[in-house]
Design a binder for this molecule. Structure first.
Ligand code: TRH
Length: 378
């Protein structure tokens, strides 16, 4: 049934929070024909991943989603039937007051961050009565296993990915001004935090036996690369040659183009939450730079994911993945043999990733789980 949804998103830093909310809003609109209003407090960050969003406009419809600038003073609106507060952002008091007056209690969902830790499935779907008012929120956990809310996966994603033939890829690369694929060249996309050992990794790639193209959307690591290569200013049109390595700096891409970039690369270095999941749909080997948290909480998340992802791998391959991921996240120092060892499993990793995707496809996707959950409650 067609329902009205309000999704609330605050951008704390980076692009992950809005990245996920935007995908979810689009998918609920396009795949599930829901009516979605997306409240975002930072339209400038939003417009980086969705250039059709005009940060100057307080209310606009993009791809069928009603986008609202969430400002400090919240003007009263009629609440939706399903309300998502993403990543524990707090709903405005004025909005909560309208929820209290609604004829039918809305479905209020607290959408949590992604994790593979074992407790997630136990907490997924648990009700949490509001401490002061007679309303109930439900904790909704995305996840990789049965019993969680699943992952964002648009209905046509796998079909589009499969239809990304050499000809389509060629057109995409041309359209985006990306270098054409050369035979024997290895293409690597790089999106990571500036804590990753980028300098050392660039050195390692420059000494590779195959030519390597490193594609870097501009962002937090641009400065480190510029100073390493003694380039005063890294312009996006400029190619930098360093031994066997060519670096192509590109403008930050529109979100669906970024998916295509992942599909077109042989290795994807990704980070945070959303790009990490999108790389998994791409089949190519991926390396995760996890978002660092205080008190090292992120190590538990990293290990929990690695345990699950490497469970069916031969021991040596699992070891190669663990070693590179540990180095990339600063648990050990990276060196050429860690990379080369990982690289030697390239073909096997692609096969493994195909099976991994098949396993993930057995789960409902996040938007479908949310839609089903809401419908059962309304
Ligand atoms: O930007 P991130 O580091 O976001 C992080 C995480 O989500 C983390 O869990 C959260 O706590 C923290 O922010 C506050 O990484 P992530 O999650 O991969 O989000 C990046 C988004 O940007 C994703 O939707 C993909 C998109 N993107 C583009 O649209 N174009 C690009 O060129 C690139 C590189 C990314």
């Amino acid at each position: 049934m067609q329902r009205r949804w309000d999704i609330f998103c605050t951008v704390i830093d980076n692009f992950g929070d809005i990245g996920i909310c935007w995908r979810l809003a689009r998918q609920l609109t396009q795949d599930h024909h829901q009516v979605v209003r997306l409240w975002v407090d930072d339209l400038i960050s939003f417009s980086c991943i969705a250039p059709d969003v005009n940060p100057e406009i307080q209310q606009q419809v993009v791809l069928g989603v009603d986008i609202r600038h969430w400002q400090c003073v919240f003007v009263e609106v009629e609440p939706a039937e399903v309300v998502i507060e993403a990543f524990a952002c707090e709903l405005p008091d004025a909005y909560v007051a309208t929820l209290l007056q609604a004829k039918k209690q809305p479905v209020w969902i607290n959408l949590e961050y992604l994790s593979t830790e074992l407790w997630v499935a136990q907490y997924h779907g648990l009700p949490s009565p509001h401490p002061r008012i007679p309303l109930i929120k439900t904790f909704f956990f995305p996840g990789f296993v049965q019993g969680t809310g699943g992952l964002i996966r648009e209905k046509n994603l796998i079909a589009q990915r499969s239809a990304f033939s050499a000809t389509v890829e060629h057109a995409f690369l041309q359209h985006k001004g990306l270098l054409e694929r050369k035979s024997s060249e290895i293409r690597v996309s790089l999106f990571c935090y500036d804590t990753a050992p980028i300098n050392k990794f660039i050195q390692i790639l420059s000494e590779s036996s195959e030519p390597i193209l490193l594609i870097v959307p501009v962002g937090s690591v641009t400065g480190s690369i510029a100073s390493l290569l003694k380039e005063p200013l890294l312009q996006t049109e400029k190619l930098i040659q360093h031994g066997q390595l060519t670096i192509q700096m590109i403008p930050f891409m529109e979100q669906t183009d970024y998916d295509r970039l992942l599909w077109s690369c042989d290795f994807n270095f990704v980070r945070g939450e959303d790009s990490f999941v999108r790389a998994q749909w791409a089949d190519s080997p991926f390396v995760w730079n996890i978002y660092p948290q205080t008190e090292g909480t992120h190590w538990k998340k990293l290990d929990a994911f690695l345990n699950l992802y490497t469970a069916d791998m031969p021991e040596e391959m699992a070891d190669a993945v663990r070693k590179l991921w540990d180095c990339w996240n600063g648990r050990n120092e990276i060196n050429g043999s860690v990379w080369l060892n990982y690289f030697s499993f390239r073909e096997a990793l692609i096969e493994h990733n195909k099976d991994w995707v098949k396993q993930l496809l057995r789960q409902d996707d996040l938007a479908s789980s949310l839609a089903q959950f809401a419908e059962n409650r309304l």
